[in-house]
Design a binder for this molecule. Sequence first.
Ligand code: ARG
Length: 459
Amino acid sequence: MKLWGGRFQKDTDQLVNALNASISFDQRLYREDITGSMAHAQMLADCGIISQEDAAAIIDGLQGILADIEAGKVEFTADNEDIHMNVEALLTARIGDAGKRLHTARSRNDQVALDFRMYVREQIPVIVGQLLELETVLCRQAKQYQTAVMPGYTHLQRAQPISFAQHLMAYAAMFRRDVTRLEDCKARLDECPLGSGALAGTTYPIDRWETAKALGFAAPMGNSLDGVSDRDYALELLSGLSILMMHLSRFAEEVILWCSWEFKFIELDDAYATGSSIMPQKKNPDVAELVRGKTGRVYGDLMSLLTVMKGLPLAYNKDMQEDKEPVFDAVDTVEMCLPVFAAMLDTMTVRTDNMRRAAGHGFINATDCADYLTKKGMPFRDAYTVTGKLVAQCTAQGKTLEELSLEELQAVSPLFEQDVYDALNLENCMALRSSYGGPAVSETTRQIGEIEQFIQERS
Ligand code: ARG
């Protein structure tokens, strides 16, 4: 007989049971469920709704169930649908009538809203911690490559000189925002839905502040319908994780490019690469490819829940049971990807020689050539045209700009003097880009320092 079996004359069809039961996945919430129930029982007793003896028996019973679940001694059953009813049934089997009093002034609707909120609240620091580990690796690597010139790209065409440190710190800045996005989500979910009841609160004299406080929330949610209806905190988490995966995926894409023979800017440690079953020479960047691939499923998780929620009238609808698997999947995926990605970056070998060689071709100092003429008094647009002609001449002759003689340069503009060769030197081009946020060492030093401080503030 179901816990809710009172008004039914027939057993549930087995196919309905299979569709309806969520215990296979929501058993993950056992700890949150038990913690919430303990706070609820204590509050009921403190408000004189149940006796202190019953509350003590409930709390003691729940503690025993928690210990048994963690020891692997509990078998959940789909007959009891979900984690909430499994725990309640276990409790009643163990302590009798007191167990049946636990659900006074509560509904599974506020119960599940509480459990899920607590789960999201607990996972955020885990993911933030992993992001901070990744930031630490990026800072450590960046410090070693502040003067390593590499070509910066637009349209995947060599564009202007940057340092490898500047490139890494661009990702560090993105991951920093990912951290604060998750922190924002955590700050906003800091309200307790318990006590919303099924949807309309309760006639019992409950104390929602007591449970909110006991469970570590700033306050109870102010509207009982909202308390059981919304899943925006889960959607904020999924959005934050989708954006984070988008960042990781772009980085993964670059790692894959950089590992190719066409670039060879980096080499992965053997522990973070894989081989081919047929081609003996292959060393494949599977870690990066999987991270890029798994980004799709996290986006899918976000889209699933957005779609589940979009047409639901207030308040609770069973559709909302579909909120859990996408969130669990996204959390598992991100928590799997972040540490391995950080370790892959931590152990890579950086081929600064190949970066420097690539930077030497592709006219990435052409802007600097135009800037040279501009600083000598030529309007920038004219300097741009003159430099464009020189690039065309070099392309025809298979030369770089700095390989042109002073006579050849002066043939297109008398403003060229011997110091143009300093202006075209790639190390100088990079070092002189000291505008705020630029790749000059002074600026990458500042960026690294700021990220290190950001990490420090959270440890
Ligand atoms: N297993 C349900 C869920 O995850 C719990 C809430 C059920 N509430 C209800 N009225 N049937 O959403």
